[in-house]
Structures are given as structure tokens and as C-alpha cells.
Design a protein around this ligand. Structure first.
Ligand code: SAM
Length: 429
């Protein structure tokens, strides 16, 4: 069918004597497409009024419809021919295709592994997660190397004796008999694997996963993203995780504490050391009951009182002794009830509240607020932490009532920082 638009028809006639029928048809089809885009535009535009920005939009519309970069390049070359012809005929003043490039096709990703290549699986850790996974993978046709560092466990598995309730001896034996399950302590047995699943236990800290090595990994990435950022950091303590130690070495950071422990971040020492390094004339008051958490109530479903009592004044003083030049004061007792009066005439610039429960956190804040300078900060350490719902509740109440008194800033690591904006009283919550 001949094109109906007079300019397209004229172009087709012009090509009739200059190009093969195949090339002519291809050009005309692409220019008809251009005419359709021009009519469908909002607002529509006449062919002879098309500008470079129209063309850019048309190309991106076609790109969005899934046309490949190659097709778009061909389309653009047909449009170039068309506008060249219109320019020669005096129908357009300038060529809108100048400087235009078709969108690039996305780079083709390497092909996935072929089904034959993708049959070897390594499952590291043959426990409650790893062994059932290895069994299932064998049953659906994978060749599975089940790695574990525990030689006795691997011997038992080799002999068809399961080590977890979820996998029966029969099931294990049939996986062994299939020739597809290979329990081993030897990492080289895994050579040539297509996929590895790591199912080893996460170290626990007070019964919860210790993810400090993930924090260190994040710090490594952060320093790559913002080179020099490490100059602002103090590492609180050295986790026993080997990966965390490696990350600290890579960041050239010496931890403030190195106790060989996973417990106790030593926030007080950290703040005091930072204060010393900044040359501040400030004393860091370390307030703790040394009998564990107090003031747990109905807002705190996980706390009963007495938790985290595994410290002492002597231990803290011993730690502080390792930081000559820092200025600290240990206040033993329930805060503020027992020790608040002795500290009453102090003015504050930063208050770090890590008392885990609603009532203690609120009482501490109410005591501190009138003593905090405008621009001063209050940090709720526990705001985003599982099991510290009471502090999350308090933080939410404060932010809802903030008014002109304060601004709350939450961070991904679970802290809530309140900035004191004015001398207005603490909003009641
Ligand atoms: C998670 S620990 C704090 C850990 C500390 N920030 C560190 O870096 O090692 C919580 C502490 O809050 C203390 N605590 C809770 N309520 C308190 C209160 N009203 N007065 C004083 N200490 C309190 C507990 O004794 C417990 O040691």
C-alpha cells in the first residue's frame, strides 16, 4: 500500500529510482512509523516541523516499547534519509537528526550456565539447614558436595547415619546410594561447583546473632564510597569475628577496646576518647546501676529488670585506666533517682541513653533536657532494636509531639538522635 501522507509518498517516489525495492520498503516503513509518532504526539506535530527533541522523544518511546538498539539505529538512519530529502526539496530548513544517536542496547550478559554445568552444588555446613537442603538438592538431580569441618559428623554421614532429626537414615542412605551426595571435610572436593550455599551458624551475642562483622564490612564499603570517611570513625571494640578484625586492619582502625569479648561496646570510653581527641573541656559521666536494667514496665515486653548486670565499677574503671587523659566520672546507682542530684548543676552537650526500657529512658531525658544547650543532642541507642520496643515507643511519642522544641533523626543503625532546637520545655509525651 502506498503511503498516504504526501511527504512520505513523495519520499517513496523519490526512492523508487534510487534504491532497491527492499531498501525502499524498509525506509518507507520507518518513515511511516515516524509519521504515526508525529500524529500521536501530545500535541501532534507536522512532519516538516519535527525537531531534534521530538525525535529524541520518539526514539525513547520506541525504546520503551522494546525495540532493540539495532532497530532504532536503522530507524534513525531512515529518518535521516527522509529529512535529507526534505531539506533538498526545501521543505525543511534544517535537519533535526543532526547530533542524534539511537539509545544503546543493554550489554548482553554472559549466558547462564548450561543445565549440564549447573548440576554441581556445594552446601557448606551439614547441620539443621545444610543437610536437609543437600538431600533435597540430590533428590531433584543435583550432584551435591556436603562440606563440614567436623570430621566425626562427616564420617557418620558417610556411613548413612543422619545427624539431624529432619533427615532420616533411609533418606540419607538413598542419597548416598544415588552417587550424588558426597559428604566431605575437604574443600577441594568442591572444585568446579556451579553454586555454593553457606549454612553455618551465625555467632551469637547474648543469644542474638552477632552481626558486627557485617557492620565492619559496611564500613569498608562506606570508605570506598566516601574516601577519607574513616578519619571520622572510632572502632568501639574488636569483635572476635576474624572478618571484623580483617576489616579493622584494612581500615587502619585501632579499636578502643580489645577485650576478646563480644559483649559491651564501651560507649562511655568511646565518647570520652573522642572528646579528648577533639580537645573538648568536657567530662563524660558514666551512669549505671551496675545491677542491670531497672524500670522495666508494661511498655517493655522483653525486659523484667536485672538484665546486663555483668559489669562492675571496678571493671569500668580498669578500662578507663587504659585511656590516659580522658575525663570521666562514674555515677553508680539508678539514674536519675539516686545520682541525678549530685550532677544537677552540670550543663550538657550530648546525652547518650542506652538503658533499654521506657521509664528509665524517659526519666533520664526529662532530667537532661533542661540542662542541655540549644543545639545539643540526645542519642537513644536502642530506638531501632529488637526487644527495646519501650524505647521505640518513647521515640515515636517524642517525634509526634516535637513541635519547635526538637527534631528527631533516625538512622539505619537503629539510633534516634534528638536535636534540641529551642529552649522550649520537652514536649509532654
Ligand atoms: C545495654 S546496657 C548499656 C551498655 C553500654 N552502653 C555499653 O556501651 O557498654 C544497658 C545498661 O543500662 C543500665 N540501666 C538501665 N536503666 C538504668 C537507670 N535508670 N539508671 C542507670 N542505669 C540504668 C543497666 O544497668 C545496663 O547496664
Amino acid at each position: 500500500m502506498e503511503p498516504r501522507h504526501p511527504l512520505v509518498a513523495a519520499f517513496a517516489a523519490h526512492l523508487a529510482t534510487r534504491a532497491s525495492p527492499h531498501t525502499r520498503n524498509a525506509y518507507v516503513r520507518d518513515v511511516k512509523q515516524l509519521a504515526l509518532l508525529a500524529v500521536a504526539g501530545a500535541p501532534p506535530v507536522a512532519l516538516e516541523r519535527i525537531t531534534g527533541s521530538h525525535l529524541r522523544r520518539f526514539l525513547s518511546t520506541l525504546h520503551g516499547r522494546g525495540l532493540s538498539g539495532r532497530t532504532l539505529a536503522r530507524m534513525l538512519s531512515s529518518w535521516r534519509g527522509f529529512f535529507k530529502y526534505l531539506a533538498e526539496e526545501g521543505k525543511v530548513k534544517s535537519d533535526p537528526c543532526v547530533g542524534l544517536r539511537p539509545p544503546r542496547s543493554p550489554k548482553k550478559l554472559p549466558d547462564a550456565l548450561s543445565p549440564d554445568e549447573a548440576t554441581r552444588l556445594v552446601v557448606v555446613g551439614q547441620g539443621h539447614v545444610g543437610l536437609p537442603l543437600a538431600m533435597r538438592a540430590c533428590e531433584v538431580g543435583f550432584d551435591v558436595v556436603g562440606l563440614d569441618t567436623d570430621g566425626d559428623r562427616i564420617k557418620r554421614l558417610d556411613a548413612g547415619q543422619s545427624v539431624v532429626e529432619d533427615v532420616s537414615d533411609e533418606r540419607l542412605s538413598s542419597a548416598l546410594a544415588s552417587g550424588r551426595y558426597h559428604p566431605s571435610t575437604d574443600g577441594t572436593a568442591a572444585a568446579g561447583f556451579a553454586a555454593a550455599v553457606i549454612s553455618v551458624p551465625t555467632p551469637l551475642r547474648e543469644g542474638r546473632p552477632d552481626l558486627s562483622f557485617i557492620e565492619s564490612a559496611a564500613a569498608l564499603v562506606a570508605d570506598r564510597l566516601a574516601p577519607g570517611a574513616r578519619a571520622w570513625w572510632l572502632a568501639g571494640h574488636r569483635s572476635t569475628e576474624p572478618a571484623a578484625t580483617a576489616a579493622l586492619a584494612a581500615l587502619d582502625l585501632e579499636p578502643v577496646l580489645d577485650l576478646g569479648l563480644r559483649l559491651g561496646e564501651g560507649t562511655g570510653a568511646l565518647l570520652a576518647e573522642r572528646s579528648r581527641r577533639l580537645g573538648l573541656d568536657a567530662t563524660v559521666v558514666l551512669a549505671d546501676t551496675f545491677r542491670g536494667v531497672v524500670g522495666a514496665g508494661s511498655e517493655d515486653p522483653w525486659y523484667r529488670g536485672g538484665e546486663h548486670s555483668d559489669t562492675s565499677v571496678a571493671l569500668v574503671e580498669d578500662l578507663l585506666g587504659r585511656f590516659p587523659g580522658i575525663s570521666t566520672l562514674v555515677a553508680e546507682g539508678m539514674f536519675p533517682d539516686d545520682t541525678g542530684d549530685a550532677l544537677a548543676d552540670r550543663s550538657l552537650r550530648l546525652v547518650h541513653i542506652d538503658v533499654d526500657v521506657y521509664d528509665s529512658a524517659k526519666a533520664t531525658l526529662e532530667w537532661a533536657w533542661p540542662r542541655l544547650g540549644v543545639g545539643g543532642l540526645v542519642i537513644f541507642d536502642d530506638y531501632g532494636f529488637y526487644e527495646c520496643e519501650g524505647v521505640a515507643t518513647l521515640g515515636a511519642e517524642l517525634m509526634a509531639a516535637a513541635g519547635r522544641a526538637l527534631r528527631g533523626i533516625t538512622s539505619l543503625n537503629g539510633h534516634l538522635t534528638l536535636v534540641k532546637l529551642s529552649d522550649e520545655p520537652l514536649p509532654t509525651c
